[in-house]
Design a binder for this molecule. Structure first.
Ligand SMILES: Nc1nc2c(ncn2[C@@H]2O[C@H](COP(=O)(O)OP(=O)(O)OP(=O)(O)O)[C@@H](O)[C@H]2O)c(=O)[nH]1
Ligand SMILES: [Mg+2]
Length: 378
């Protein structure tokens, strides 16, 4: 590639030392943490060529402006500001793709991860490991006081589930603290799920699935309590994790968004039946009117749930929310037609009611998923 560069760019400027390590910091509302983290990284990585790349999803608390101030004071700080986007995994992916450093680490902004182990992690990567994981559960590592007992229990269950798809290759697959060779990351990047919170698990499973046997090292550390700001962990994040996990269980054949869309669809059936029952039995409304209202309520709740859960990374807001809802009604109505047509065809063919009904339901689910993904949450 270098041959094609104009000669002025082919050799390095005399005083310039390119970064050996890029530290990617995904942020959402971490205004009071980014400068403290930078200072701590500067101490931990003193004497090394490193850069910090903060990927901020346009946090309302002004994190990106704080990062700009840091960039004006330090040549090794850069900020990527994403507008109208949300998501931890995709932020990490975009940060990792934005550096020329041969080694890339990901660390949380809230100081829960111990930056002091980064030099050891880098040494292990330079020594030939593809992936080095900061682990709370290896050797002397511990979850310390960083997690409440309920969160610790949840984390244990999630780690065990992760082991089922990652083959127990790492003791802390839920860790958001790891270091990887940039080349390896770039190889895997097109196959990684952009949705969700758990990019490390995805990297391990995707590499194994594509036949790349990773050499993995772990460095223990003690997880600390969050420094400033609030956690973004929520029940939605847990359900999104189950979507990623289910997708990995199917060998990646079914994308996490399809599984979450299916889950929302299942809930929609329950909402429909409850509303239908309440209107007919409870309020004495006639069946046809009750069925129409129940259908509308279920479609509406499906839309808002998909917007917050399945597509939280590209959530529609403002005017787009309402045009999106109208489009969703239209697409789901077409999906209903597809359902009835396919079910009728199958019924004419084998006269088995349940099989025909199921074929229709599968048809409309796939239709609704594919078309809303292409038009509503594109
Ligand atoms: N860019 C970006 N960063 C995010 C997003 N959600 C979380 N983060 C960042 O990801 C890191 C981890 O998020 P946390 O809220 O600390 O999640 P956690 O560590 O699993 O949960 P706690 O233990 O409760 O802190 C932090 O640096 C967050 O600012 C997001 O949607 N976009
Ligand atoms: Mg945290």
């Amino acid at each position: 590639m270098n041959e094609t560069l104009p000669s002025a760019h082919a050799t390095r400027e005399a005083s310039y030392v390119p970064a050996q390590l890029a530290v990617i910091v995904p942020t959402f509302n971490e205004v009071d943490n980014v400068a403290v983290l930078y200072d701590k990284l500067s101490v931990a990585l003193a004497g090394r060529a490193w850069e910090m790349i903060v990927v901020d999803d346009n946090s309302p608390d002004g994190t990106a402006e704080r990062v700009n101030l840091l960039s004006r004071a330090h040549s090794n700080v850069r900020g990527i500001r994403r507008i109208g986007r949300r998501g931890l995994s995709s932020a990490c992916i975009e940060g990792m793709a934005a550096t020329a450093a041969p080694y890339v680490a990901v660390i949380d902004a809230d100081l829960q991860h111990d930056e002091a182990i980064l030099p050891r992690m880098l040494e292990l990567a330079i020594a030939g490991n593809d992936l080095v994981v900061g682990s709370r559960f290896a050797g002397e590592g511990s979850a310390g006081d960083g997690l409440s007992s309920a969160r610790l229990k949840g984390s244990e269950v999630a780690t065990r589930l992760a082991g089922m798809v990652a083959g127990n290759r790492v003791s802390d697959p839920m860790s958001g603290f790891f270091l990887v060779r940039r080349e390896l990351f770039l190889e895997l990047a097109p196959k990684l799920a952009h949705e969700g919170f758990k990019i490390l698990l995805d990297i391990v499973v995707t590499a194994e699935k594509s036949g790349t046997h990773l050499s993995i090292a772990e460095v223990p550390y003690t997880f600390r309590p969050r420094h400033a700001g609030e956690s973004k962990m929520s029940p939605l994040v847990v359900v999104q994790y189950l979507g990623l996990w289910g997708s990995k269980l199917t060998g990646g054949v079914l994308p996490p968004t399809f599984l979450l869309f299916g889950l929302v669809g299942g809930l929609g059936v329950a909402v429909h039946l409850v509303v239908l029952q309440a209107l007919t039995a409870g309020l004495g409304v006639g069946f046809v009117v009750a069925q129409i209202v129940a259908t509308l309520v279920a479609m509406t709740s499906n839309f808002f749930l998909n917007n917050s859960l399945t597509y939280s990374d590209r959530k529609l807001r403002g005017a787009k929310l309402w045009t999106g809802l109208l489009g969703f009604y239209a697409i789901c109505s077409l999906g209903g037609l597809a359902n009835v047509s396919i079910a009728t065809l199958v019924f004419q063919w084998n006269h088995m009611t349940l099989v025909a009904g199921l074929a229709g339901a599968v048809m409309s689910s796939v239709f609704n998923y594919a078309v809303t993904r292409a038009f509503t949450w594109k």
